[in-house]
Design a protein around this ligand. Structure first.
Ligand SMILES: Cc1cc2nc3c(=O)[nH]c(=O)nc-3n(C[C@H](O)[C@H](O)[C@H](O)COP(=O)(O)OP(=O)(O)OC[C@H]3O[C@@H](n4cnc5c(N)ncnc54)[C@H](O)[C@@H]3O)c2cc1C
Length: 522
């Protein structure tokens, strides 16, 4: 690592659009590489999907709650000469998930190998050996998919071609569900080994089996919760950026990335202000970045046609609520499966149809951290995967009946008498993903993680369209989820020149032609 010799004000200026985890991690990495960084966030507070709602004495993390690769956070703290533990306590969660099947069977999914074998034997004694083989496959996939390829830029097709033999050997052409079927026979176990891909927006029946690496990732590093809520990680990252001399500006919506002679040179904010920069990193939705933020650029790859034909992940309906009593028997993370698995996923991903039944993820952070609710109360959120906005569902009309149906389901399963206990409530619908977070089609996880939309096929971290423009976040390589977006920022270390070495303009990306002059920053 080069020593930083220039004072912060003399360093080249880098702009990061969006303060999701990908954007904040990118800012820390650029700060450590000799840039003076400004993060521009349209909301009134940072975090993106990791925004924090505080109301009625409750703290609700809006999105991510399952922290699976703590070392990726640790790296960011280390880049600033600090330790993660100085700012944030990550506490292991056990079990990782309590899964409840529709018939009332309960499975505690944990990182304890013996306990897991016993749980598997309870529902599918003949599948214990197959389950072990699935874990071995997951480990092998992790070694390639995460360790070797996760932080590679994949901006030449040759990079993709070079790894195809490995991916074929690991059976990456199978779906997540297909790989589970190869190893285990019991349907319940197949569900247990495959629902995790939904956590990154993938339909287990269509998503590449590369995502089976999640099982090994969880087993090896555990599942953690950030005390104080995931928002404490957001707060910690912002303090790292400010400690480096960088800056976060909230309520600042970028309307255009300014391009001069084919190279990004700043942004224009809503309201007209222009901010010059040596480079721009977009953590805004990748499809939105290309379709809306580069109006003067003739795009070669990410054309409107290609963006319209791309497949987008499902959306989510999220209900945050606080109860006046506590439900101590409810685990920190619960998966409440409905009567259908494949049929429901077909409705969501293929038919774009809002079904009457649902499977739910229920979060009870107060199981680990009581400070997130007033004394004697519980904080919750429950989410249901739902189709994105191509479904045509009018969420203004459907949200409340849908919430009530979920409330009834919770009341009849794990939260008896729920309706009478609610003291705080708010909703997030697919429409909010579009209107608030500017996500195309209200997709909760950007592009669907299909093999044909992964690595080289995904928007590159170094833009193919405009020089000096970089992309991080869920819609870029390697993909959604906190490990994915933190790794997308890590790719920048490979493709962005060190700020100390920067004298003239940045070199163009391979394949990027300087398109045409559109604007000069003021
Ligand atoms: C409900 C939910 C639960 C989840 N749970 C988990 C979990 O438990 N574990 C896990 O690992 N992952 C989870 N995920 C996935 C994970 O949260 C996301 O993949 C990840 O946080 C996305 O980060 P990002 O870097 O892509 O940025 P985002 O969070 O998408 O943030 C992008 C930011 O850019 C801002 N922005 C957009 N356009 C502009 C503009 N033009 N100008 C200025 N700012 C702009 C937005 O306001 C936003 O703040 C969950 C997601 C959701 C929605």
């Amino acid at each position: 690592m080069l020593t930083l010799t220039r004072p912060p004000e003399a360093r080249p200026h880098a702009l990061v659009i969006g303060s999701g985890f990908g954007g904040l991690a990118a800012a820390v990495r650029l700060g450590a590489r000799g840039y003076r960084v400004t993060v521009l966030e349209r909301l009134d507070a940072p975090g993106g999907r990791g925004y924090v709602y505080r109301q009625d004495g409750f703290t609700f993390d809006a999105g991510p709650t399952v922290i699976t690769a703590p070392f990726l956070f640790e790296e960011l703290w280390q880049l600033c000469g600090r330790r993660l533990a100085d700012d944030v306590e990550l506490r292991p969660v056990a079990p990782y998930y309590r899964v409840r099947f529709d018939d009332g069977t309960v499975f505690d999914y944990s990182g304890d190998a013996d306990a897991m074998r016993a749980e598997v034997a309870k529902i599918a004694p003949d599948d214990v050996a197959g389950y072990e083989r699935f874990l071995d496959a997951s480990k092998a996939i992790y070694a390639v998919g995460f360790e070797q390829l996760g932080d590679q830029p994949f901006d030449r097709f040759a990079d993709m071609a070079a790894v195809l033999p490995q991916l074929l050997k690991l059976e990456g052409y199978r779906s997540v569900y297909g790989l589970a079927c190869k190893h285990v026979r019991h349907e319940k176990l197949r569900v247990l080994l495959t629902f995790q891909s939904l956590l990154v927006g993938g339909n287990p029946f269509q998503t590449t089996s590369v995502y089976c690496l999640i099982a090994h990732l969880e087993r090896r590093f555990g599942v953690h919760f950030a005390m104080g809520g995931t928002g404490s990680l957001v707060k910690g990252l912002v303090s790292l950026i400010e400690g480096q001399g960088g800056r976060l500006r909230c309520s600042a919506t970028v309307e255009e990335i300014l391009v001069d002679d084919g190279a990004a040179c700043g942004v224009r904010l809503a309201g007209g202000e222009r901010i010059p920069a040596a480079l721009v990193v977009s953590n805004a939705d990748a499809a939105w970045t290309y379709s809306r933020l580069l109006p003067g650029v003739k795009r070669k790859r990410w054309t409107e046609r290609k963006l319209a034909r791309a497949r987008y992940s499902m959306s989510l309906f999220v209900w945050y609520f606080g109860t006046r009593r506590q439900y101590p028997d409810v685990a920190h993370h619960s998966i409440l499966l409905g009567p259908r698995y494949r049929g429901l996923l077909d409705d969501i991903f293929v038919k774009q149809h809002l079904a009457d039944d649902f499977s739910l993820y229920l979060h009870r952070p107060t199981a680990t951290d009581a400070s997130l609710a007033p004394p004697g109360c519980d904080a919750f959120y429950v989410l249901a995967p739902v189709p994105h906005l191509d479904s045509g569902v009018d969420w203004q009309r459907r949200a409340e009946p849908y919430r009530q149906a979920i409330e009834q389901r919770l009341s009849s399963t794990v939260l008896p008498g729920l309706a009478q206990q609610i003291v705080s409530s708010r909703l997030l619908t697919p429409q909010d993903f579009q209107d608030r977070l500017l996500s195309v089609k209200g997709a909760a996880f950007s592009f669907e993680p299909l093999l044909t939309q992964s690595a080289w096929f995904r928007p590159h971290n170094r833009s193919e369209e405009v020089a000096n423009l970089y992309l991080v976040g869920a819609g870029t390589h390697p993909g959604a989820g906190l490990p994915g977006v933190l790794t997308s920022a890590k790719v920048l270390d490979r493709v962005v020149p060190h700020g100390e070495t920067l004298r003239g303009p940045l070199p163009a990306s391979p394949g990027t032609r300087h398109v045409r002059r559109t604007h000069r920053p003021a």
